[in-house]
Design a binder for this molecule. Structure first.
Ligand code: IVH
Length: 673
């Protein structure tokens, strides 16, 4: 075979394998190979495609995030309208829905499919000749927006379907963010000083409607497919069989769906999920009940925008009304003044709520929330409770309109609201609240990871004047006795804290950069910066143009980094950190002194504490090797949730098994050495 043919064949083989592993990982949540092995396949495919660009096609797994940003989305006409659902709120109303249908339909009684009603964003995906061709939002039901390029970045959406799939068809489903994904995204945004999303639904909708697909690609979006829109070709006769069929084509179908034969089983399904809803990994706001046979669905038809053959049985809202006693202000690390609601304590779904989020001044005024109002408060999943709206009809007239203070409530300095920004800020860079937040951020887990210092101790250190900025932490040993004398301290804790500070001196440069708390620089950006500029001086002296050369860094981040290093006080802190022995270069310590040298670790299953790649990076940082499969050389097998076949193999070969917690402990122990 000529080289070029061999390459083509290998490319096809690789794509098939990668698609299969994508399916195992993203759709079935049950991978067969390690991330490292998967990366190897992708690397080989990328290399071959680079050498033979003529073979690159849009459905290659390397092309998920290929597209350039757009100015605006195109319009897609839906061939069949995307309908909405009528709601019912009680079993009686559900029974009434059923009775109305039975009067219309001699074909009843019938069986039903029960599904969870995901709180995300409805999309329609069209497949043509085996390939994902167009993805659109619901829009007004008739016309939606063309978000194909963004949807392609969702790994659980297959770019190709099996050859025996119908030539043209459309599936429908809900794009969503898991609760964990939402939490992580907001944590990242908080660190980067960007406005937070109010709930997973808003975050999913915002992510899918990004004009730059590269931004969407970084959001942990997922999808569940809940039905066929239209199809050219023959398909099953019932909804339940259709869901099974869609699964067989590689689509991700919700495993919690159930096929029931009568209405009281629908009631049981609903009751079960009312009790379990907080434990589900995504947000659901009810149950969708669908008549199963398609011929019955067709005969029942629609009224207005709602089909008669389906109905949403909504979960009780986790909401309550209470009084808004006052609006408090907390000052963030970068000086942002964050308003929050101080509430008359109220129990919502078994949890007592005293405070709730209010996002910013504009939001408070847009919702017309006034101090003294009765307000509707909502708690969803493990998200921070929020004030939804005032109950205007209950007003006495004595309510007060909120005004953002013009002086910082902590230090009294002037407050400004820069053009085009939503947050008001304290202008004093040495505001005690800002310093406290910076200090707490500096020592936190993803940053310098200094065990034993939390917000309370940080506040005490500042108050006693033992530290004034983050660099002072490294002189704390000179004040050992004062440290011991602090409330709830003592000799042993003081020793531990000093030891942890000492050990943090050798954290990688990326951690230091993140720890400094530069606006808009999260852990990921810090990592990129450390790799690009291998010491802090080169970064500090970089021009904005040079900063823009780093992949994914845009003008806003570049400007913020540039401004940070132009500030004399920041340069001073860096000088001090260097003087005290904090590593500010990106070099790796010599392998022979690293604690995990000679150990090979293999990971199986899902980890909760960090992603696979972070776990692997930590192992390597400490000198260990990461294996992709269990062999005689394997020292430890780290066992996450839903482990694969590696577990059996490790047992046979006698490798040591580590639970995730033991693994985390091991890393912590090792990094202390
Ligand atoms: S079926 C006519 N199934 O709810 C059938 N919808 O109010 C309409 N949704 O726009 C869609 N989970 O965004 C269906 N399992 C599910 C659903 C679901 C969430 C959303 C979807 C739709 C809205 C209808």
């Amino acid at each position: 075979m000529v080289d070029i043919e061999r390459a083509k064949k290998r490319i096809e083989e690789l794509r098939e394998q990668i698609n299969h592993h994508n399916y195992r990982y993203y759709v079935l949540d049950s991978p067969e190979i390690s991330d490292v092995e998967y990366d190897e396949l992708m690397k080989e495919l990328r290399k071959l495609e680079e050498e033979h660009p003529e073979f690159i096609t849009s459905e290659s797994p390397t092309q998920r995030v290929g597209a350039a940003p757009v100015e605006a989305f195109g319009v897609v006409e839906h061939r069949e309208p995307l309908l909405s659902l009528a709601n019912v709120f009680s079993y009686d109303e559900l029974a009434a829905w059923y009775r109305r249908n039975s009067n219309l339909m001699p074909g009843l009684p019938t069986d039903f499919v029960c599904e969870l009603k995901l709180d995300g964003l409805a999309v329609a995906l069209t497949y043509e000749d085996g390939r994902f061709a167009v993805g659109a939002t619901r829009g007004d039901g008739y016309r939606g927006e063309d978000i194909t390029q963004n949807l392609r970045t969702i790994r659980s959406i297959p770019l190709v379907v099996p050859k025996d799939a119908p030539p043209r068809f459309e599936v429908r489903g809900e794009v969503y963010l898991s609760k964990a994904g939402f939490r992580k995204l907001n944590e990242e945004r908080a660190r980067e000083d960007q406005p937070l999303f109010a709930n997973p639904r808003n975050a999913a909708a915002g992510s899918v409607r990004q004009l730059d697909p590269r931004v969407t690609a970084r959001r942990p979006l997922d999808i569940y497919i809940y039905g066929l829109g239209w199809v050219e070709g023959t398909v099953p006769e019932t909804h339940w069989e259709t869901l099974e069929y869609l699964k067989s084509l590689g689509f991700k179908v919700n495993p919690y769906n159930a096929h029931v034969s009568q209405l009281d089983e629908v009631g049981e399904y609903y009751q079960h999920w009312v009790e379990e809803r907080e434990r589900i990994e995504f947000e659901a706001d009810g149950v969708v009940i669908k008549v199963n046979p398609f011929d019955l669905q067709r005969r029942l038809g629609t009224v207005g925008h709602d089909p008669r053959w389906a109905v949403a049985y909504k979960f009780p809202a986790i909401q309550a009304t209470t009084r808004l006693l006052d609006i408090g202000i907390s000052v963030g690390r970068t000086g942002s003044l964050n308003p929050y609601a101080i509430l008359e304590p109220v129990s919502i779904g078994g949890v007592t709520i005293k405070q709730a989020a209010l996002h910013n001044e504009e939001d408070i005024h847009r919702k017309d929330i006034r101090i003294g109002d009765r307000v509707l408060v909502q708690r969803a999943g493990d998200v921070i409770p929020q004030v939804v709206a005032p109950v205007a009809s209950k007003r006495s007239g004595r309510e007060k309109v909120f005004v953002m203070p013009s002086r910082c409530p902590v230090c009294g300095s002037e407050v400004v609201k820069p053009e085009g920004e939503v947050m008001a800020r304290c202008t004093n860079a040495s505001c005690p609240a800002q310093i406290l937040q910076s200090l707490t951020h500096f020592v936190s887990r993803g940053a310098m990871d200094i065990d034993g210092i939390g917000e309370k101790l940080a506040a005490a250190l500042l108050e006693k004047g033992l530290v004034k900025d983050v660099a002072d932490l490294y002189s704390l040993h000179e004040h050992e006795q004062e440290l011991i004398d602090l409330e709830r301290m003592g000799e042993k804790s003081a020793q531990n804290v000093l030891g942890a500070i000492e050990r943090s001196k050798s954290r990688p440069l990326s951690r230091v950069l993140f720890a400094l708390g530069i606006r808009h620089v999260g852990a990921e950006t810090a990592e990129l910066l450390a790799r690009h500029f291998d010491n802090i001086d080169r970064l500090a002296n970089a021009s904005q143009e040079e900063l823009l050369e780093v992949a994914t860094i845009g003008p806003k981040i570049a400007e913020s980094i540039h401004a940070f290093f132009r500030q004399e006080s920041n340069r001073e802190i860096i000088k001090e950190l260097r003087k005290k022995g904090v590593r500010l270069e990106a070099e790796v310590a010599k392998p022979e002194v690293l604690p995990l040298v000679g150990q090979e670790l293999v990971i199986t299953g899902r980890l909760e504490t960090f992603t696979r790649s972070v776990a692997e990076a930590r192992i390597k940082e400490l000198g260990g090797a990461v294996g992709s499969s269990v062999t005689k050389k394997t020292t430890f097998l780290v066992v996450g949730a839903d482990p694969g076949s590696k577990l059996e193999k490790a047992r046979t070969l006698g490798a040591r098994l580590l639970s995730e917690q033991e693994f985390v402990n091991l890393l912590e122990e090792a990094s202390k050495r």
